[in-house]
Design a protein around this ligand. Structure first.
Ligand code: FPP
Length: 253
């Protein structure tokens, strides 16, 4: 069990004491509710995405401060292309801006950034921004931040199985196929499975996110929309995670 190991900077303001809490090694978040949050304020959905983006930047600092080692967020799914062209274009513009700004926050957070998903669907300049950010941050190790863009778990598994089958046919690997082997072909290869999954905004489903990796993950659903999910809400999720009894299919005496 890993105890809180970060600084206590601003830690007490939330009313939740992180001291002596078991901090999940890997937290995954489905960033949901931007559109409804904006609509409730009489604003366009894209305003919600912009605020969601600002919040993501802040949550990375919080994650670093409390000692989370891996953070994975679902920002754009393989199904999100079905949205209106206006909304998709606004999201792509936001990603472009965010990936550039993220260079600075990766340095400040000593945060390694990796994008998971099929990025070949993006325009070359966006792919280049992704490469630049991944390359710039590759030696940082305080926080490992994965952003899922054009990500779908079934698509990830399909791509993985395709590559695995090709490698086996070409003699680069030998059978039998094991769980570890499959894991090493996924976009998340080398990253431990999430301990805690958070979905904001009241929906209680996985929406094709990390289906393989979440096999033994604890789930936390909150009605709070993503733009309003701040440090206090994250610490509450971690507090509730501390009350869970993780048995991984076994029995505790
Ligand atoms: C789901 O909420 C959210 C998205 C499809 C986009 C999430 C994107 C961000 C938070 C922008 C920042 C991310 C990066 C990596 C720059 P929704 O808009 O579907 O909300 P709704 O369910 O209320 O419609």
């Amino acid at each position: 069990m890993r105890r809180f190991a970060g600084t206590l900077r601003k830690g007490w303001q939330t009313g939740i004491c992180v001291w002596n809490m078991n901090i999940p090694n890997h937290v995954a978040i489905i960033l949901d509710g931007n559109g409804r949050w904006a609509k409730a304020k009489g604003m366009p959905r894209t305003y919600g995405h912009t605020k969601g983006c600002d919040n993501l930047e802040k949550i990375c600092y919080v994650a670093r401060d409390v000692g989370i080692k891996y953070l994975t967020v679902y920002a754009f799914s393989t199904e999100n292309w079905k949205r209106s062209p206006d909304e998709v274009n606004a999201l792509l513009r936001l990603f472009r801006r965010y990936l550039k700004k993220c260079i600075k926050s990766s340095e400040e957070n000593q945060m390694r950034v990796k994008v998971i998903g099929d990025t070949t669907a993006f325009e070359p300049d966006l792919q280049e921004s992704i490469r630049r950010l991944e390359d710039f941050s590759k030696d940082y190790d305080r926080l490992y931040f994965q952003i899922a863009l054009n990500y779908g778990s079934r698509d990830e598994m399909t791509r993985a199985v395709g590559r695995l089958a090709r490698d086996m046919k070409d003699g680069r690997i030998e059978g039998p196929v094991t769980e570890e082997m499959i894991g090493s072909y996924l976009d998340t290869a080398g990253v431990p499975d999430p301990d805690l999954l958070i979905r904001t905004s009241g929906e209680q489903r996985l929406s094709n996110f990390l289906l393989w990796q979440l096999a033994y993950t604890e789930f936390y659903f909150t009605p709070v929309a993503w733009p309003d999910f701040h440090k206090k809400e994250l610490l509450e999720a971690i507090r509730q995670y501390n009350d869970r009894d993780r048995r991984y299919g076994g029995v505790k005496e």
